[in-house]
Design a protein around this ligand. Structure first.
Ligand code: KG4
Ligand code: ZN
Length: 328
């Protein structure tokens, strides 16, 4: 069986194609250089670029060569206009080539993306999902059985990185830039430890953001201020995530932690998690870099899992997303 995955939830057009022999095709058409000047994703521009990207990646030659497959596409959540392109494109392919298609939940893709790197990874595990749109702590008991333990009360981790980056004029998307600039001043951590008050397993990042902005206005004259603020910000985000994750691992009595989502590509964050959690006998797993950020491989994988297990596609995270029965 050959599997095709299409992901267009935000600003990256991703296509993945695999067969039982392995990966054939895993391509991403990135748009961030277009949205950069607007300091965020512009939905109307994203639509046009997705349309171009899908046509560019999936040319006729592709279908001529690999004619029989099962299609998975991102159905929810994301920018409605961007999702719309991927959903329509996939449904058209499905009708035209008479093959089955399945709309999958983007976050389920992130949660299971660890299986793209560690094929025989075992359940249960705790997932720390840190992306541009979401911040979740999930107990993954089994395939299609996810229990939400904590989430953010305001901004997501990626969003906070992006906002701070734009604020300091480092551009959008900002995670990578903030990480790079923090590396210059990584020893500053001990001087700026902010205490976070947030009850339970939930996160809150808006206070930290305001703190950074206030400090910026006070010590604006210092040239090293930009780098120091990046360090302070990143270290505090890591501390907060670590604190809640340890609580969650302890509460669920699970020894495996999986970090997924775009922010999992932050080397400093993952290094600190591994270093700290090994004292608690907890193993930290992170996917290959290409599978951390949005990609179609994780979408194809979810479709494949549903196809092989013949389960009903329900994602428990979102109550509005009611069960849909697909006829294979
Ligand atoms: O998972 P993703 O590609 O898209 C969503 O599903 O949202 O995540 C994108 C987010 C962006 O906000 C970006 O700033 C952040 O991941 N990101 C990072 C790093 N690389 C990307 N955040 C922190 N450190 C990084 N190295
Ligand atoms: Zn994502």
């Amino acid at each position: 069986m050959k599997f095709l995955g299409i992901e267009t939830s935000c600003d990256d057009t991703c296509v993945f194609f695999s067969s039982s022999e392995g990966i054939f095709f895993n391509k991403i058409y990135r748009q961030f250089y277009i949205h950069k000047k607007f300091k965020g994703v512009v939905p109307n521009i994203a639509v046009g670029e997705h349309f171009f990207g899908l046509n560019f990646l999936l040319n006729c030659n592709f279908f001529y060569k690999f004619s029989f497959f099962f299609i998975s596409y991102t159905k929810y959540p994301g920018l409605f206009t961007s999702l719309y392109i991927g959903i329509n494109f996939s449904n058209f392919l499905s009708l035209f080539y008479c093959v089955s298609s399945l709309g999958v939940h983007h976050l389920e893709g992130h949660v299971l993306s660890i299986f793209l790197t560690f094929k025989f990874f075992s359940y249960p595990y705790i997932t720390l999902l840190i992306s541009g749109g979401h911040t979740y702590l999930l107990y993954v008991r089994n395939f299609s059985c996810y229990i939400l333990i904590g989430s953010t009360l305001d901004d997501s981790v990626g969003e906070s990185f992006d906002k701070i980056s734009c604020f300091l004029n480092f551009g959008y998307p900002g995670g990578f830039q903030v990480e790079n600039f923090s590396a210059i001043n990584s020893n500053l951590l001990k001087f700026f430890q902010i205490i976070h008050y947030c009850i339970g397993f939930n996160f809150s990042f808006s206070g930290l953001k305001t703190y950074i902005k206030n400090v910026f206005f006070f010590i604006y004259n210092f040239s090293s201020c930009y780098f120091s603020l990046c360090t302070v910000f990143q270290n505090n985000i890591i501390n907060l995530l670590l604190f809640k994750t340890v609580l969650c691992l302890h509460y669920c009595d699970v020894k495996n932690l999986v970090i997924v989502g775009g922010c999992a590509s932050n080397f400093f964050l993952c290094k600190n998690f591994s270093f700290f959690l090994k004292h608690y006998n907890i193993s930290v797993f992170v996917s290959d870099l290409i599978f951390c950020t949005d990609n179609a491989a994780m979408i194809a994988l979810v479709g494949k899992f549903y196809f092989l297990t013949k389960k009903i596609n329900i994602f428990l995270l979102d109550v509005c997303y009611s069960s849909t029965l697909y006829n294979f």
